[in-house]
Design a protein around this ligand. Sequence first.
Ligand SMILES: Cc1cc2nc3c(=O)[nH]c(=O)nc-3n(C[C@H](O)[C@H](O)[C@H](O)COP(=O)(O)OP(=O)(O)OC[C@H]3O[C@@H](n4cnc5c(N)ncnc54)[C@H](O)[C@@H]3O)c2cc1C
Length: 413
Amino acid sequence: MPQELNRPASELPTQCEFLVIGAGPAGSACARMLALAGRDVVLVDAQAFPREKTCGDGLVPDALAALQRLGLRETVMARAQKVSHARCIGPSGGAVEVPGEMAVLPRRLLDEILCRAAVNAGARMFAPLRFVSVLQDEQGRVMGAELSSGEQRCELRARWVVLATGAAAPPLQGADLAHRRSPSSIALRGYFELPGLEAELSQLNFVWHPRISHGYGWIFPVGAGVFNVGVAILDSHNVEDERGQRGMKNLNLRHLFAEFCAIHPLARKLVQEGRSLGELKGAPLRCNLDGAALGRPGLLATGEAIGSTYAFTGEGIGKAMETGIHAAEVLLQGQPDAELLQAYAARLELLRPRFQMYRKATSFNRYPRLVDLVIWRAGKSPRLIQSMAGILNETRMPGSLLSWRGVKRLLLG
Ligand SMILES: Cc1cc2nc3c(=O)[nH]c(=O)nc-3n(C[C@H](O)[C@H](O)[C@H](O)COP(=O)(O)OP(=O)(O)OC[C@H]3O[C@@H](n4cnc5c(N)ncnc54)[C@H](O)[C@@H]3O)c2cc1C
Protein backbone atom coordinates (compact mmCIF):
# COMPACT_ATOMS: atom_id res chain seq x y z
CA MET A 1 0.00 0.00 0.00
CA PRO A 2 1.46 3.47 -0.86
CA GLN A 3 2.58 5.35 2.23
CA GLU A 4 0.92 8.64 3.07
CA LEU A 5 2.74 11.80 1.89
CA ASN A 6 0.83 14.49 3.76
CA ARG A 7 0.01 13.29 7.25
CA PRO A 8 -2.03 15.84 9.21
CA ALA A 9 -0.40 17.95 11.93
CA SER A 10 -2.84 16.42 14.44
CA GLU A 11 -0.90 13.12 14.12
CA LEU A 12 2.53 14.70 14.67
CA PRO A 13 4.51 12.89 17.38
CA THR A 14 6.00 14.90 20.22
CA GLN A 15 9.52 13.62 19.58
CA CYS A 16 11.70 11.89 17.01
CA GLU A 17 15.37 11.20 16.38
CA PHE A 18 15.79 13.34 13.24
CA LEU A 19 13.50 16.16 12.14
CA VAL A 20 14.08 17.23 8.52
CA ILE A 21 12.41 20.51 7.60
CA GLY A 22 11.76 21.04 3.88
CA ALA A 23 10.98 18.20 1.45
CA GLY A 24 12.73 19.59 -1.66
CA PRO A 25 15.69 17.71 -3.17
CA ALA A 26 18.00 18.46 -0.20
CA GLY A 27 15.57 17.52 2.59
CA SER A 28 14.11 14.48 0.85
CA ALA A 29 17.57 13.15 -0.04
CA CYS A 30 18.69 13.57 3.58
CA ALA A 31 15.50 12.02 4.99
CA ARG A 32 15.75 9.06 2.60
CA MET A 33 19.35 8.29 3.54
CA LEU A 34 18.56 8.50 7.27
CA ALA A 35 15.43 6.36 6.92
CA LEU A 36 17.24 3.75 4.76
CA ALA A 37 19.65 3.35 7.69
CA GLY A 38 16.65 2.40 9.81
CA ARG A 39 16.52 5.65 11.80
CA ASP A 40 13.46 7.45 13.12
CA VAL A 41 12.84 10.39 10.73
CA VAL A 42 10.09 13.01 10.56
CA LEU A 43 9.98 15.13 7.37
CA VAL A 44 7.83 18.28 7.29
CA ASP A 45 7.09 20.84 4.58
CA ALA A 46 5.15 24.09 4.53
CA GLN A 47 3.33 22.86 1.43
CA ALA A 48 1.33 19.70 0.81
CA PHE A 49 2.88 17.52 -1.93
CA PRO A 50 2.83 17.33 -4.85
CA ARG A 51 3.54 21.05 -5.16
CA GLU A 52 5.00 23.39 -7.78
CA LYS A 53 8.54 24.71 -7.39
CA THR A 54 9.62 27.54 -9.69
CA CYS A 55 12.60 26.07 -11.56
CA GLY A 56 14.05 25.40 -15.01
CA ASP A 57 13.61 21.66 -14.30
CA GLY A 58 17.00 20.83 -15.86
CA LEU A 59 18.87 17.85 -14.40
CA VAL A 60 22.56 18.13 -15.20
CA PRO A 61 25.11 15.34 -14.61
CA ASP A 62 25.64 16.04 -10.88
CA ALA A 63 21.90 15.63 -10.31
CA LEU A 64 21.88 12.28 -12.09
CA ALA A 65 24.89 11.17 -10.00
CA ALA A 66 23.09 12.13 -6.77
CA LEU A 67 19.94 10.32 -7.92
CA GLN A 68 22.10 7.26 -8.56
CA ARG A 69 23.35 7.39 -4.97
CA LEU A 70 19.77 7.63 -3.75
CA GLY A 71 18.82 4.60 -5.88
CA LEU A 72 16.35 6.75 -7.85
CA ARG A 73 18.08 7.43 -11.15
CA GLU A 74 16.08 4.87 -13.13
CA THR A 75 12.76 5.92 -11.61
CA VAL A 76 13.43 9.55 -12.48
CA MET A 77 14.80 8.83 -15.97
CA ALA A 78 11.74 6.73 -16.77
CA ARG A 79 9.59 9.86 -16.31
CA ALA A 80 12.01 12.53 -17.57
CA GLN A 81 12.77 13.94 -21.01
CA LYS A 82 16.30 12.75 -21.78
CA VAL A 83 18.77 15.27 -23.19
CA SER A 84 22.20 14.60 -24.71
CA HIS A 85 23.66 18.12 -25.13
CA ALA A 86 23.73 21.58 -23.62
CA ARG A 87 23.58 24.08 -26.47
CA CYS A 88 25.27 27.40 -25.67
CA ILE A 89 24.09 30.13 -28.05
CA GLY A 90 26.01 33.40 -28.42
CA PRO A 91 24.79 36.92 -29.31
CA SER A 92 25.56 36.46 -33.01
CA GLY A 93 23.43 33.30 -33.17
CA GLY A 94 26.25 30.74 -33.37
CA ALA A 95 26.18 27.76 -31.02
CA VAL A 96 28.34 25.11 -29.44
CA GLU A 97 26.90 21.75 -28.38
CA VAL A 98 28.40 20.32 -25.21
CA PRO A 99 27.72 16.60 -24.72
CA GLY A 100 26.55 15.17 -21.38
CA GLU A 101 23.87 12.93 -19.95
CA MET A 102 21.06 15.22 -18.78
CA ALA A 103 17.29 15.33 -18.42
CA VAL A 104 14.31 17.60 -17.80
CA LEU A 105 11.53 16.77 -15.36
CA PRO A 106 9.08 19.32 -13.89
CA ARG A 107 9.78 19.83 -10.22
CA ARG A 108 6.22 18.96 -9.30
CA LEU A 109 7.01 15.39 -10.46
CA LEU A 110 10.69 15.20 -9.44
CA ASP A 111 10.08 16.42 -5.90
CA GLU A 112 7.13 14.07 -5.48
CA ILE A 113 9.33 11.12 -6.50
CA LEU A 114 12.00 12.26 -4.03
CA CYS A 115 9.80 12.79 -0.99
CA ARG A 116 7.81 9.64 -1.74
CA ALA A 117 11.14 7.78 -1.79
CA ALA A 118 11.95 9.17 1.66
CA VAL A 119 8.54 8.07 2.91
CA ASN A 120 8.87 4.63 1.30
CA ALA A 121 12.20 4.24 3.09
CA GLY A 122 10.38 4.82 6.41
CA ALA A 123 10.35 8.60 7.02
CA ARG A 124 7.03 9.98 8.26
CA MET A 125 6.01 13.10 6.33
CA PHE A 126 3.70 15.78 7.71
CA ALA A 127 2.42 18.63 5.51
CA PRO A 128 1.45 21.40 5.34
CA LEU A 129 3.47 22.23 8.43
CA ARG A 130 5.60 25.37 8.61
CA PHE A 131 8.83 25.79 10.56
CA VAL A 132 8.71 28.86 12.79
CA SER A 133 11.76 28.71 15.05
CA VAL A 134 14.07 26.30 16.83
CA LEU A 135 13.61 25.05 20.38
CA GLN A 136 16.80 25.19 22.39
CA ASP A 137 17.99 24.06 25.77
CA GLU A 138 19.68 26.22 28.40
CA GLN A 139 23.07 25.85 26.70
CA GLY A 140 21.59 27.00 23.39
CA ARG A 141 21.68 23.50 21.82
CA VAL A 142 18.86 22.99 19.34
CA MET A 143 16.49 20.29 20.58
CA GLY A 144 13.58 20.55 18.18
CA ALA A 145 11.36 23.03 16.40
CA GLU A 146 8.25 25.09 16.77
CA LEU A 147 5.97 24.44 13.81
CA SER A 148 2.69 25.96 12.68
CA SER A 149 -0.32 24.66 10.81
CA GLY A 150 -2.74 27.51 10.09
CA GLU A 151 -3.44 29.16 13.44
CA GLN A 152 -2.19 26.15 15.39
CA ARG A 153 1.31 25.96 16.88
CA CYS A 154 3.04 22.75 17.93
CA GLU A 155 6.44 21.65 19.16
CA LEU A 156 8.46 18.67 18.05
CA ARG A 157 11.56 17.60 19.96
CA ALA A 158 14.35 15.93 18.01
CA ARG A 159 17.87 14.70 18.70
CA TRP A 160 18.98 16.55 15.54
CA VAL A 161 17.16 18.99 13.26
CA VAL A 162 18.05 19.41 9.56
CA LEU A 163 16.99 22.67 7.92
CA ALA A 164 16.46 22.24 4.16
CA THR A 165 14.10 25.11 3.45
CA GLY A 166 15.67 26.35 0.19
CA ALA A 167 16.21 30.00 -0.72
CA ALA A 168 13.67 31.46 1.74
CA ALA A 169 15.30 33.78 4.29
CA PRO A 170 12.75 33.60 7.18
CA PRO A 171 13.51 29.97 8.18
CA LEU A 172 17.24 30.76 8.29
CA GLN A 173 16.44 33.68 10.56
CA GLY A 174 14.16 31.49 12.69
CA ALA A 175 17.10 29.13 13.17
CA ASP A 176 19.53 31.98 13.81
CA LEU A 177 21.74 30.90 10.91
CA ALA A 178 21.24 33.73 8.39
CA HIS A 179 24.27 35.84 7.53
CA ARG A 180 22.28 37.79 4.97
CA ARG A 181 18.63 37.98 3.92
CA SER A 182 19.03 38.87 0.26
CA PRO A 183 19.30 36.09 -2.33
CA SER A 184 22.31 35.73 -4.64
CA SER A 185 20.33 35.58 -7.88
CA ILE A 186 16.80 35.71 -9.25
CA ALA A 187 15.12 33.87 -12.11
CA LEU A 188 11.74 33.57 -13.81
CA ARG A 189 10.15 30.82 -15.88
CA GLY A 190 6.99 29.83 -17.74
CA TYR A 191 5.73 26.71 -19.52
CA PHE A 192 4.65 26.92 -23.16
CA GLU A 193 3.19 24.21 -25.35
CA LEU A 194 3.87 24.23 -29.08
CA PRO A 195 4.05 20.79 -30.72
CA GLY A 196 6.38 20.60 -33.70
CA LEU A 197 9.43 22.27 -32.14
CA GLU A 198 10.76 19.11 -30.45
CA ALA A 199 13.43 18.43 -33.09
CA GLU A 200 14.77 22.01 -33.05
CA LEU A 201 14.67 22.26 -29.26
CA SER A 202 15.70 18.79 -28.13
CA GLN A 203 18.66 20.09 -26.04
CA LEU A 204 19.12 22.33 -23.00
CA ASN A 205 19.37 25.71 -24.76
CA PHE A 206 21.23 28.54 -23.00
CA VAL A 207 21.25 31.94 -24.70
CA TRP A 208 23.62 34.82 -23.90
CA HIS A 209 23.03 38.31 -25.33
CA PRO A 210 23.90 41.91 -24.34
CA ARG A 211 20.18 42.65 -23.92
CA ILE A 212 20.00 40.02 -21.18
CA SER A 213 23.27 41.07 -19.64
CA HIS A 214 24.15 39.73 -16.13
CA GLY A 215 22.36 36.50 -16.95
CA TYR A 216 21.03 34.30 -19.69
CA GLY A 217 17.83 32.96 -21.20
CA TRP A 218 16.97 29.28 -21.48
CA ILE A 219 14.60 26.90 -23.26
CA PHE A 220 14.45 23.35 -21.88
CA PRO A 221 12.31 20.61 -23.48
CA VAL A 222 9.88 19.04 -21.01
CA GLY A 223 8.47 16.56 -23.59
CA ALA A 224 5.17 16.26 -25.49
CA GLY A 225 5.63 19.68 -27.12
CA VAL A 226 6.01 21.52 -23.79
CA PHE A 227 8.99 23.80 -23.02
CA ASN A 228 10.26 25.51 -19.89
CA VAL A 229 11.34 29.02 -20.95
CA GLY A 230 13.06 31.40 -18.56
CA VAL A 231 15.62 34.05 -17.73
CA ALA A 232 18.06 34.37 -14.84
CA ILE A 233 20.02 37.29 -13.42
CA LEU A 234 23.03 35.88 -11.65
CA ASP A 235 24.77 37.62 -8.77
CA SER A 236 21.78 39.98 -8.77
CA HIS A 237 22.58 41.68 -5.46
CA ASN A 238 25.78 42.98 -7.03
CA VAL A 239 24.28 44.23 -10.30
CA GLU A 240 24.79 47.99 -10.74
CA ASP A 241 22.25 50.29 -12.41
CA GLU A 242 23.17 53.22 -14.71
CA ARG A 243 23.80 55.40 -11.66
CA GLY A 244 26.24 52.84 -10.27
CA GLN A 245 23.88 51.74 -7.48
CA ARG A 246 24.00 48.10 -6.50
CA GLY A 247 21.04 45.91 -5.63
CA MET A 248 17.98 44.30 -7.07
CA LYS A 249 15.55 47.21 -6.85
CA ASN A 250 15.94 48.11 -10.52
CA LEU A 251 15.94 44.58 -11.88
CA ASN A 252 12.81 43.57 -13.70
CA LEU A 253 12.65 39.91 -14.69
CA ARG A 254 9.50 40.33 -16.79
CA HIS A 255 11.22 43.02 -18.81
CA LEU A 256 14.21 40.72 -19.23
CA PHE A 257 11.91 37.89 -20.32
CA ALA A 258 10.41 40.21 -22.98
CA GLU A 259 13.95 41.07 -24.11
CA PHE A 260 14.75 37.36 -24.38
CA CYS A 261 11.71 36.87 -26.62
CA ALA A 262 12.73 39.89 -28.69
CA ILE A 263 16.26 38.62 -29.39
CA HIS A 264 15.69 34.86 -29.65
CA PRO A 265 13.38 33.66 -32.46
CA LEU A 266 12.45 30.32 -30.84
CA ALA A 267 11.59 31.91 -27.48
CA ARG A 268 9.47 34.44 -29.38
CA LYS A 269 7.74 31.71 -31.38
CA LEU A 270 6.94 29.69 -28.25
CA VAL A 271 5.53 32.68 -26.40
CA GLN A 272 3.61 34.18 -29.35
CA GLU A 273 2.31 31.02 -31.01
CA GLY A 274 2.37 28.52 -28.15
CA ARG A 275 -0.19 27.92 -25.43
CA SER A 276 0.88 29.31 -22.08
CA LEU A 277 0.46 26.70 -19.33
CA GLY A 278 0.13 29.01 -16.34
CA GLU A 279 1.69 32.25 -15.21
CA LEU A 280 5.31 33.33 -15.48
CA LYS A 281 6.80 32.82 -12.02
CA GLY A 282 9.95 34.23 -10.46
CA ALA A 283 11.94 33.00 -7.46
CA PRO A 284 15.18 33.74 -5.63
CA LEU A 285 18.32 31.57 -5.55
CA ARG A 286 21.00 31.32 -2.88
CA CYS A 287 24.43 30.46 -4.30
CA ASN A 288 28.17 30.24 -3.53
CA LEU A 289 27.90 28.08 -0.40
CA ASP A 290 27.56 31.26 1.63
CA GLY A 291 24.95 33.52 3.22
CA ALA A 292 24.24 31.23 6.18
CA ALA A 293 25.99 29.21 8.87
CA LEU A 294 26.16 25.48 8.14
CA GLY A 295 24.71 24.61 11.50
CA ARG A 296 25.02 24.85 15.26
CA PRO A 297 24.83 22.20 18.00
CA GLY A 298 21.72 20.10 17.32
CA LEU A 299 21.10 21.62 13.87
CA LEU A 300 22.52 21.17 10.35
CA ALA A 301 21.43 23.28 7.38
CA THR A 302 21.63 21.85 3.90
CA GLY A 303 20.78 22.49 0.23
CA GLU A 304 20.00 25.96 -1.04
CA ALA A 305 19.57 27.15 2.56
CA ILE A 306 23.39 27.11 2.71
CA GLY A 307 23.79 28.44 -0.84
CA SER A 308 24.32 25.11 -2.61
CA THR A 309 23.34 26.47 -6.05
CA TYR A 310 26.04 27.31 -8.62
CA ALA A 311 26.32 31.06 -9.17
CA PHE A 312 27.29 31.04 -12.87
CA THR A 313 24.61 28.65 -14.10
CA GLY A 314 21.92 28.76 -11.41
CA GLU A 315 21.91 24.96 -11.28
CA GLY A 316 21.30 23.57 -7.82
CA ILE A 317 19.15 20.43 -7.81
CA GLY A 318 22.18 18.12 -7.91
CA LYS A 319 24.18 19.89 -5.24
CA ALA A 320 21.05 20.21 -3.04
CA MET A 321 20.74 16.41 -3.03
CA GLU A 322 24.50 15.97 -2.64
CA THR A 323 24.68 18.24 0.43
CA GLY A 324 21.57 16.54 1.86
CA ILE A 325 23.31 13.18 1.48
CA HIS A 326 26.43 14.58 3.19
CA ALA A 327 24.29 15.83 6.09
CA ALA A 328 22.70 12.38 6.50
CA GLU A 329 26.02 10.53 6.32
CA VAL A 330 27.57 12.79 8.94
CA LEU A 331 24.54 12.46 11.22
CA LEU A 332 24.72 8.67 10.90
CA GLN A 333 28.27 8.71 12.26
CA GLY A 334 26.75 9.85 15.55
CA GLN A 335 29.71 11.88 16.80
CA PRO A 336 29.50 14.47 19.58
CA ASP A 337 28.17 17.86 18.41
CA ALA A 338 31.46 19.66 17.82
CA GLU A 339 33.03 16.79 15.85
CA LEU A 340 29.87 16.28 13.84
CA LEU A 341 29.65 19.94 12.85
CA GLN A 342 33.33 19.88 11.95
CA ALA A 343 32.93 16.74 9.84
CA TYR A 344 30.04 18.35 7.93
CA ALA A 345 32.01 21.57 7.36
CA ALA A 346 35.00 19.53 6.13
CA ARG A 347 32.88 17.74 3.53
CA LEU A 348 31.42 21.01 2.25
CA GLU A 349 34.90 22.54 2.16
CA LEU A 350 35.79 19.95 -0.50
CA LEU A 351 33.00 21.33 -2.70
CA ARG A 352 34.00 24.96 -2.16
CA PRO A 353 36.73 25.41 -4.86
CA ARG A 354 34.24 24.62 -7.63
CA PHE A 355 31.66 27.00 -6.09
CA GLN A 356 34.32 29.73 -5.93
CA MET A 357 35.22 29.29 -9.58
CA TYR A 358 31.58 29.50 -10.60
CA ARG A 359 31.23 32.61 -8.47
CA LYS A 360 34.14 34.28 -10.25
CA ALA A 361 32.70 33.19 -13.59
CA THR A 362 29.47 35.17 -12.98
CA SER A 363 31.39 38.25 -14.16
CA PHE A 364 31.40 36.67 -17.66
CA ASN A 365 27.64 37.12 -17.79
CA ARG A 366 28.38 40.86 -18.06
CA TYR A 367 30.29 40.20 -21.30
CA PRO A 368 28.01 37.94 -23.32
CA ARG A 369 30.12 38.50 -26.45
CA LEU A 370 32.74 36.24 -24.86
CA VAL A 371 30.37 33.36 -25.66
CA ASP A 372 30.86 34.18 -29.35
CA LEU A 373 34.61 33.85 -28.81
CA VAL A 374 34.19 30.44 -27.13
CA ILE A 375 31.88 29.29 -29.94
CA TRP A 376 34.33 30.45 -32.59
CA ARG A 377 37.22 28.63 -30.88
CA ALA A 378 35.16 25.51 -30.22
CA GLY A 379 34.37 25.33 -33.94
CA LYS A 380 38.08 24.75 -34.54
CA SER A 381 38.93 22.70 -31.50
CA PRO A 382 37.29 19.41 -30.50
CA ARG A 383 39.57 19.51 -27.42
CA LEU A 384 37.82 22.65 -26.22
CA ILE A 385 34.45 20.92 -26.50
CA GLN A 386 35.89 18.01 -24.54
CA SER A 387 37.01 20.45 -21.83
CA MET A 388 33.55 21.98 -21.68
CA ALA A 389 32.03 18.49 -21.40
CA GLY A 390 34.47 17.75 -18.56
CA ILE A 391 33.29 20.88 -16.71
CA LEU A 392 29.64 19.92 -17.23
CA ASN A 393 30.32 16.37 -16.02
CA GLU A 394 32.44 17.65 -13.11
CA THR A 395 35.48 15.62 -14.13
CA ARG A 396 37.32 18.90 -14.74
CA MET A 397 37.48 22.14 -12.74
CA PRO A 398 35.75 25.12 -14.38
CA GLY A 399 38.71 27.47 -13.77
CA SER A 400 40.57 26.12 -16.83
CA LEU A 401 38.00 27.83 -19.06
CA LEU A 402 35.75 30.03 -16.88
CA SER A 403 38.50 32.37 -15.72
CA TRP A 404 40.19 35.40 -17.26
CA ARG A 405 43.33 33.27 -17.66
CA GLY A 406 41.22 30.72 -19.56
CA VAL A 407 39.84 33.47 -21.81
CA LYS A 408 43.36 34.77 -22.50
CA ARG A 409 44.42 31.27 -23.50
CA LEU A 410 41.43 31.07 -25.86
CA LEU A 411 42.32 34.41 -27.45
CA LEU A 412 45.93 33.45 -27.97
CA GLY A 413 44.80 30.17 -29.50
C1 LIG B 1 13.57 30.03 -11.85
C2 LIG B 1 14.60 29.03 -11.36
C3 LIG B 1 15.12 28.12 -12.25
C4 LIG B 1 16.01 27.12 -11.80
N1 LIG B 1 16.42 26.19 -12.70
C5 LIG B 1 17.21 25.17 -12.29
C6 LIG B 1 17.53 24.10 -13.18
O1 LIG B 1 17.08 24.05 -14.33
N2 LIG B 1 18.35 23.10 -12.73
C7 LIG B 1 18.84 23.11 -11.45
O2 LIG B 1 19.61 22.19 -11.09
N3 LIG B 1 18.51 24.10 -10.56
C8 LIG B 1 17.69 25.11 -10.96
N4 LIG B 1 17.31 26.08 -10.04
C9 LIG B 1 17.80 25.98 -8.66
C10 LIG B 1 17.00 24.93 -7.88
O3 LIG B 1 15.63 25.26 -7.96
C11 LIG B 1 17.46 24.87 -6.42
O4 LIG B 1 18.85 24.74 -6.39
C12 LIG B 1 16.85 23.69 -5.66
O5 LIG B 1 15.44 23.75 -5.67
C13 LIG B 1 17.33 23.66 -4.22
O6 LIG B 1 16.76 22.55 -3.55
P1 LIG B 1 16.46 22.60 -1.97
O7 LIG B 1 15.91 21.27 -1.62
O8 LIG B 1 17.63 23.10 -1.26
O9 LIG B 1 15.32 23.72 -1.81
P2 LIG B 1 13.84 23.74 -2.39
O10 LIG B 1 13.74 22.94 -3.62
O11 LIG B 1 13.48 25.18 -2.47
O12 LIG B 1 12.99 23.03 -1.27
C14 LIG B 1 12.76 23.66 -0.04
C15 LIG B 1 11.48 23.13 0.57
O13 LIG B 1 11.34 23.73 1.86
C16 LIG B 1 10.00 24.09 2.07
N5 LIG B 1 9.96 25.19 3.03
C17 LIG B 1 10.35 26.49 2.84
N6 LIG B 1 10.14 27.20 3.96
C18 LIG B 1 9.63 26.35 4.88
C19 LIG B 1 9.20 26.48 6.23
N7 LIG B 1 9.27 27.65 6.89
N8 LIG B 1 8.72 25.39 6.88
C20 LIG B 1 8.66 24.19 6.25
N9 LIG B 1 9.02 24.01 4.95
C21 LIG B 1 9.51 25.08 4.29
C22 LIG B 1 9.48 24.48 0.68
O14 LIG B 1 8.08 24.37 0.62
C23 LIG B 1 10.23 23.49 -0.21
O15 LIG B 1 9.45 22.33 -0.46
C24 LIG B 1 16.42 27.10 -10.46
C25 LIG B 1 15.91 28.04 -9.56
C26 LIG B 1 15.01 29.00 -10.00
C27 LIG B 1 14.45 29.98 -9.01
